[in-house]
Design a protein around this ligand. Structure first.
Ligand code: ATP
Length: 360
C-alpha cells in the first residue's frame, strides 16, 4: 500500500480550478517532487496534504486512512517553508527542541534527541548559536533538524532551497539527498526548478494548469517525455513541426520542413498525424561536409552563433529551410574554445533513436 495517496483531488477558488482531478500515489521512503511552472497548483496540493487547506472533491489518504477530518497539527506531517521560519530569539538547540517541548517530552529525552539531530545535520558545534549567527545553509539544516526531530511520516518541503545562492543550493541538494536516504522519511518536495527536481527525486510529477502531465523517474521524464509540455519544461529540446509519412517497420518516417526525419515508433501514431519531432541538443552532432553520413538523420546548414560556456559550447545551426537547430558540444580539449565558428558551412546529424515524435 502507498504511504500517501491522492484520489481525484480537486480544489477550486471561485470559478478557477487550481487543482484539477489529481491522483498520485507516493511510496514510503520516496523523495517525491511536484514540479511545474508558477501557478500550476503545486503549493495548493502541499497545503492540502499538510491540512492547511481542504479539497473540494477527492480524498487524501495516509496509510490508507482519509486525512480530511484530521486537523493539521494532528497529522504526522511536517512542512518546511522556503523562509525556514526559525525563532530568532532561540538558540539552534532550542529551535530544534521546540516541537518536542510542545509535545511535552521530558527534559532528558529532549536533550538526547536534540543532540542526535544536531549530529545528524553536523551542527553539534553550533548548538548555542542564534539564527543570526549562522549561515543560510546552516539555517536550512536547523530547519530540517527541527522538522525531523519528531520523526514525521511525511516531510513536505516547499521551495525550501529557493532562498539559497547557486553554490550553496547545490551543496544543500547533496545534503538533502543524503539526509533523506539516512532517515528514510518520505519527502514531498515542491519546486519549479527542473534541474533541482532531476537531481533530488526518486520520482517527479510534472504539473501544468492544476493537472498532472506525467509521473516518472527523472531519467525517464528527460528521455521519454509523454508530450510537448513535459519535453519543453524539462531541459532544453529542439522542436520541429512534423507529419507522419509512414508508420511501421520499427520506425516512423516523418516529413518536416528541413527534410525527412527517421524517428522511433510511437504507439498509436499513424500516417498523416501531425505533431512535433523533438531532439535534445546534446544528441545533435556537428560535422563538416561529407561527415555524419552514417547517421539516418543528417542535414546541411551553417553555424549561426555559438555560446562558450566553459565546459560546453552551445551551437545554433541554421538549416537550408531556415530552421534553427541547437547542438551542445563538450569542450573536452583544454584551452580549445570552439570547433566551429559562426558562418562555417557544417552538417548536423543524430541517431534515429535519439529523438522522438510527439503528437500530444
Ligand atoms: P508557485 O510556483 O508560484 O508557488 P504553484 O504551482 O505552487 O505556484 P499554487 O500556489 O498552488 O501554484 O496556485 C495555483 C493557482 O491557484 C494560482 O493561480 C493561484 O493564484 C491560485 N490560488 C492559490 N491559492 C488561492 C487562494 N487562496 N485564493 C485564490 N486563488 C488561489
Amino acid at each position: 500500500m502507498a504511504l500517501l495517496e491522492l484520489r481525484n483531488v480537486t480544489r477550486r477558488f471561485g470559478d478557477f480550478v487550481a487543482v484539477d482531478d489529481v491522483s498520485l500515489s507516493i511510496e514510503a521512503g520516496e523523495f517525491f517532487t511536484l514540479l511545474g511552472p508558477s501557478g500550476s497548483g503545486k503549493t495548493t496540493i502541499l497545503r492540502m496534504i499538510a491540512g492547511f487547506d481542504l479539497p473540494d472533491a477527492g480524498q487524501i489518504l495516509l496509510d490508507g486512512r482519509d486525512l480530511v477530518a484530521t486537523p493539521a497539527e494532528k497529522r504526522p506531517i511536517h512542512t518546511v517553508f522556503q523562509s525556514y521560519a526559525l525563532f530568532p530569539h532561540m538558540t539552534v538547540a532550542d529551535n530544534i527542541a521546540f516541537p518536542l517541548k510542545m509535545a511535552h517530552h521530558d527534559t532528558a529525552e529532549i536533550s538526547r534527541r536534540v543532540a542526535g539531530e544536531l549530529e545528524q545535520v553536523r551542527l553539534s558545534g553550533k548548538a548555542h548559536a542564534y539564527p543570526h549567527e549562522i549561515s543560510g545553509g546552516e539555517k536550512q539544516r536547523v530547519a530540517l533538524a527541527r522538522a525531523l526531530v519528531n520523526r514525521p511520516r511525511l516531510l513536505l518541503l516547499d521551495e525550501s532551497l529557493g532562498a539559497l545562492d547557486a553554490k550553496l543550493r547545490e551543496e544543500m541538494q547533496v545534503e538533502l539527498i543524503n539526509l533523506q536516504r539516512e532517515v528514510g522519511i518520505t519527502f514531498v518536495f515542491v519546486t519549479h526548478a527542473q534541474v533541482e527536481a532531476l537531481a533530488l527525486s526518486h520520482r517527479i510529477a510534472v504539473m501544468n494548469h492544476g493537472r498532472v502531465e506525467q509521473v516518472d523517474e527523472p531519467s525517464r521524464l528527460y528521455g521519454f517525455p509523454k508530450n510537448r509540455f513535459v519535453a519543453d519544461f524539462i531541459g532544453n529540446i529542439n522542436m520541429i513541426e512534423a507529419r507522419v509519412e509512414e508508420a511501421g517497420h520499427g520506425h516512423l518516417r516523418l516529413a518536416a520542413g528541413l527534410g525527412e526525419i527517421i524517428a522511433p515508433p510511437l504507439a498509436g501514431a499513424s500516417t498523416g498525424d501531425k505533431g512535433v519531432y523533438a531532439i535534445r541538443p546534446e544528441q545533435v552532432r556537428i560535422g563538416v561536409h561529407g561527415e555524419l553520413t552514417e547517421l539516418k538523420n543528417h542535414f546541411e546548414g551553417e553555424v549561426h552563433s555559438l555560446l562558450y560556456q566553459g565546459d560546453v559550447s552551445v551551437y545554433r545551426v541554421r538549416l537550408a529551410n531556415g530552421a534553427m537547430i541547437e547542438a551542445l558540444l563538450p569542450n573536452s580539449a583544454p584551452g580549445r574554445a570552439e570547433l566551429f565558428e559562426a558562418g562555417d558551412a557544417v552538417k548536423v546529424g543524430w541517431r534515429h533513436d535519439a529523438g522522438m515524435f510527439l503528437n500530444d
